[in-house]
Design a protein around this ligand. Sequence first.
Ligand SMILES: NC(=O)c1ccc[n+]([C@@H]2O[C@H](COP(=O)([O-])OP(=O)(O)OC[C@H]3O[C@@H](n4cnc5c(N)ncnc54)[C@H](OP(=O)(O)O)[C@@H]3O)[C@@H](O)[C@H]2O)c1
Length: 247
Amino acid sequence: MGNILITGASRGIGEATARVLAAKGHNVCINYHTQKDLAHQLVVDLTQQGVKAIAVQADVSQEQQVVDLFNTMDEQLGPLTGLVNNAGILLPQMLVEQMDAQRINQLLSTNVTSYFLCCKEAVKRMALKHGGQGGAIVNVSSAAARLGSAFEYVDYAASKGAIDTLTRGLSLEVAREAIRVNCVRPGFIDTDMHTDGGEPNRIERIKPTIPMGRGGQPVEVANAVAWLLSAEASYVTGSFIEVAGGR
Ligand SMILES: NC(=O)c1ccc[n+]([C@@H]2O[C@H](COP(=O)([O-])OP(=O)(O)OC[C@H]3O[C@@H](n4cnc5c(N)ncnc54)[C@H](OP(=O)(O)O)[C@@H]3O)[C@@H](O)[C@H]2O)c1
């Protein structure tokens, strides 16, 4: 079984992904930013299931912290076989005409720079040309990349557009290095993120416009991530799975 690093795994989709991967027998490195207690409780839960799990604090928008995160993973868990780039933020809803550079840069550094930095560290460890054994990367994007999030947070939607392009470009760069790079685009998933965006009941409001008539659960995204990481997806790279109830 593998050693998989999941960014932003203290709660929400990242936590669900850690639980699904651990249930399949993988060792997991749970990165968190502020929620130390949640991350450490998750480690206790997963360790009881018989896998190795560690929690490592790092702000993944900061290059040195990402380097330290991956080094800690090397030392405490073993060689990296998979990366789930999941950590992300949503800032309060506003029009593009109201956004300032501080907000835009904060959002882009957390949602985009972090994914590049983590991909870089993963490729340095997994690429055949660097002595690695190959592996898989899954980027968590969003249906917002397609939909645009007008009147809510176009900056967030644009950050996810960048992740789609990173996925496609990197998948081509490392296809001959035995590394697969894929992406999931969740729709409206029941997590704390909507509260951060200023509208805790956002899914209730949007529900009637979702073809399946409901929001999604974090585990429904986690299952798609786990499949993309697995050997069952061995010929899948540069691909996108929509997990958005048909939206
Ligand atoms: N929920 C949705 O409807 C939805 C839809 C489409 C896409 N997504 C995407 O799915 C991913 C997970 O979202 P979620 O809904 O599960 O969000 P969430 O419940 O708000 O959790 C966000 C996670 O990201 C971590 N994080 C935030 N900033 C970080 C940083 N600078 N460094 C390291 N970790 C950081 C948080 O860590 P702490 O808790 O430790 O602070 C937390 O674990 C995001 O990329 C999001 O854009 C979500």
